[in-house]
Ligand binder design. Structure first.
Ligand code: UTP
Length: 294
C-alpha cells in the first residue's frame, strides 16, 4: 500500500516576467487577489485537501514569502495593544496554519529543476506539487480531487482542463483515454503520451495540464534523466514523459474554475470574481461596476 500524501511542494522560484515591472522586486506569488497573496490561496487549498507540510521552493528576491508565513511579532504586538482582535486572528492564522520548509533554487532552470530541489525534504514518499499562480476555485479543492484518484490507483495524477484548441500551445497537452473510475466515465483518464506546448494542429487533444500534480518519488530519477531544453530549462512534462515508460500516469479533468493569476488578464479576472463573492465587498463593488456602463 502506498503511503499517504503528506507534503506539498510549491515551486515559487520563477522570474514572473509576464508581470514585470511588478515582479522586479517582489515575488508574483505575493501579489494579492483582493487582500490575500496568491500563494496563500494555494496553501489553503493544500490544507483543505488534508496536507499540512508545505515545502516552498524559493529563489532570489523571494524573502517576502518567508516573512508572510512567519510569525510577525511587531505586527502582532501592535494589533494586540490596539485591541484589533479580528486582524490579529487573521495575521496569526497564517503562521499557525502550516508546517513550512524552504529550499532554494539558485537559478530558474525550469519547473522540473525546481521540483528536484525538494528531493531531500520530500524523501521517498508521494507528494503533491502546487503551482500557486494557477488559482483554482472549486467546491471540492482541486488537489483533493487528485488525491482521491491517487488513493485508488497509487500512481501519479495530473490535473487537466479543456482549453480552446488554438490556446493549447501555451500548455502541456495529454494524449489519453477516458477510464471508468467510481462509476464516472468522463473525468479520469489514463495518459498515453504528453507533449509540451504543441502547435494546435499537432496537439493530441485539447486537454491541457495545469498546475496541480500528485507525484511519486520516482519522478526525481526521471527529472535527472531528461536533457534540458532551450535555455537549459528542465521541464516537468519531459520528466513525466520519461516516467510514463515505467509506470502509468493518470489525469483528472477537475471540477472548478482555474485562473492564470500569473498572467495580467487572468489576474484581473480572478480579482473581479473573488471581490464580487466577498460578503464585505461584493455589493458595493458590483454597484461601482454598474456605474461603468460597460
Ligand atoms: P511559469 O511558467 O509561470 O514561469 O512557472 P515564471 O517564470 O514564474 O513566470 P513568467 O512566465 O516568466 O511570467 C510556473 C511555476 O513554476 C515555478 C514558478 O514560480 C511558477 O510557480 N518555477 C518556474 C520555478 O519555481 N522555477 C523555475 O525555474 C521555473
Amino acid at each position: 500500500m502506498q503511503p499517504k500524501v503528506r507534503k506539498a511542494v510549491f515551486p515559487a522560484a520563477g522570474l514572473g516576467t509576464r508581470f514585470l515591472p511588478a515582479t522586479k522586486a517582489q515575488p508574483k506569488e505575493m501579489l494579492p487577489i483582493v487582500d490575500k497573496p496568491i500563494i496563500q490561496y494555494g496553501v489553503e487549498e493544500a490544507l483543505h485537501s488534508g496536507i499540512q507540510n508545505i515545502i516552498i521552493v524559493t529563489g532570489r528576491g523571494k524573502s517576502a514569502i518567508e516573512d508572510h508565513f512567519d510569525v510577525s511579532f511587531e505586527l502582532e504586538n501592535l494589533l494586540e495593544t490596539r485591541a484589533k482582535k479580528d486582524l490579529l486572528a487573521i495575521v496569526r492564522s497564517i503562521s499557525d496554519m502550516i508546517n513550512v520548509s524552504y529550499v532554494r533554487q539558485k537559478e530558474a532552470l525550469g519547473l522540473g529543476h525546481a521540483v528536484l530541489r525538494a528531493l531531500e525534504l520530500v524523501g521517498q514518499e508521494p507528494f503533491a506539487v502546487v503551482l500557486a499562480d494557477d488559482l483554482i476555485d472549486a467546491e471540492t479543492p482541486c488537489l483533493r480531487q487528485l488525491l482521491d484518484v491517487y488513493s485508488f490507483f497509487c500512481s501519479p495524477v495530473l490535473a487537466v482542463m479543456e482549453v480552446p484548441r488554438e490556446s493549447i500551445s501555451a500548455y502541456g497537452a495529454i494524449d489519453a483515454e477516458p477510464i471508468s473510475h467510481n462509476g464516472s466515465h468522463d473525468r479520469v483518464y489514463r495518459i498515453r503520451d504528453l507533449v509540451e506546448k504543441p502547435k494546435p494542429e499537432d496537439a493530441p487533444s485539447n486537454l491541457a495540464i495545469i498546475g496541480r500534480y500528485v507525484l511519486t518519488p520516482e519522478i526525481f530519477d526521471s527529472i535527472q534523466s531528461v536533457t534540458p531544453g532551450s535555455g537549459g530549462e528542465i521541464q516537468l512534462t519531459d520528466a513525466l514523459k520519461h516516467l510514463l515508460r515505467s509506470r502509468p500516469i493518470y489525469a483528472v479533468r477537475f471540477e472548478g474554475t482555474r485562473y492564470d493569476a500569473g498572467d495580467k488578464l487572468g489576474f484581473l479576472k480572478a480579482t473581479v470574481e473573488y471581490a464580487l463573492r466577498r460578503p464585505d465587498l461584493g455589493a458595493p463593488f458590483l454597484d461601482y461596476l454598474k456605474t461603468l456602463k460597460l
